[in-house]
Write a protein that binds this ligand. Structure first.
Ligand code: CA
Ligand code: CA
Length: 222
């Protein structure tokens, strides 16, 4: 989802339905619909982004309660708002946001997965975490539970900064170094095409969503 904001800037979001669940696609669609309907085209303070994610959680949760087939459905949700000078983010799950600035890539999100949390606690190395059998098992998701805890971030944003949002269909197959090298060499649609093609060449077993915001332009890949 990408929305151009009144007064300049963008609201962008990715939602990746929980794999292996029949309601995965419904969960991500419902979540993005609620975000769009709640926030419209006005910029908001970060507390409002959090409120919108919690409203999305409620909508997915209630949808799952009404329909046996959809019960327990869930989705990741990473929501970023760029306005002149500032980037605000609300995040749940293992989709990722990165800032690319002056040749270096900085990950702005934590993965809410079993393996990533063990790694952050020092119980697994990065290499062990990448191969861990529970690397795709999420510890925080929008939808399955009545409440959800949301990571929030607010940082300064320069006009030359580039924002990349992606699902684990990309980040699970390409290293941060590979993503950084691609962004260094390519811009715009060319960059998103290169990222998606590289993930597909590795097997592309999962759905891939990529959104790149740079110099007031938005590019998609999937
Ligand atoms: Ca996943
Ligand atoms: Ca996925």
């Amino acid at each position: 989802m990408t929305v151009q904001l009144v007064g300049g800037g963008w609201l962008v979001a990715v939602a990746d339905g929980m794999g292996g669940h029949p309601g995965g696609a419904d969960a991500s669609r419902v979540a993005l619909d609620v975000i769009h309907a709640t926030l419209h085209t006005q910029p908001h303070p970060v507390a409002e982004l959090e409120r919108a994610v919690k409203a999305a959680n409620q909508a997915v949760f209630q949808g799952g309660r009404k329909n046996q087939r959809l019960m327990g459905m869930g989705t990741t949700l990473t929501l970023c708002q760029i306005t002149p000078g500032e980037m605000l983010m609300a995040h749940v799950g293992d989709s990722r946001a990165y800032r690319f600035r002056a040749g270096s890539l900085e990950r702005l999100t934590h993965d809410h997965s079993v393996a990533a949390e063990l790694q952050e606690a020092g119980q697994l190395t990065l290499e062990e975490a990448e191969l861990h059998p529970q690397r795709h098992v999420l510890t925080r998701v929008v939808g399955p539970s009545y409440n959800v805890r949301v990571d929030l971030l607010g940082i300064a944003w320069h006009p030359a900064d580039r924002l990349l949002l992606c699902t684990d269909g990309l980040s699970g197959l390409l290293s941060d170094e590979e993503v950084a090298a691609t962004l260094q060499e390519h811009r715009g649609q060319d960059a998103t095409d290169q990222l998606v093609e590289a993930a597909l060449a590795r097997g592309g077993y999962d759905n891939i969503t990529v959104v790149l915001v740079e110099e007031d332009e938005i590019r998609h890949g999937w």
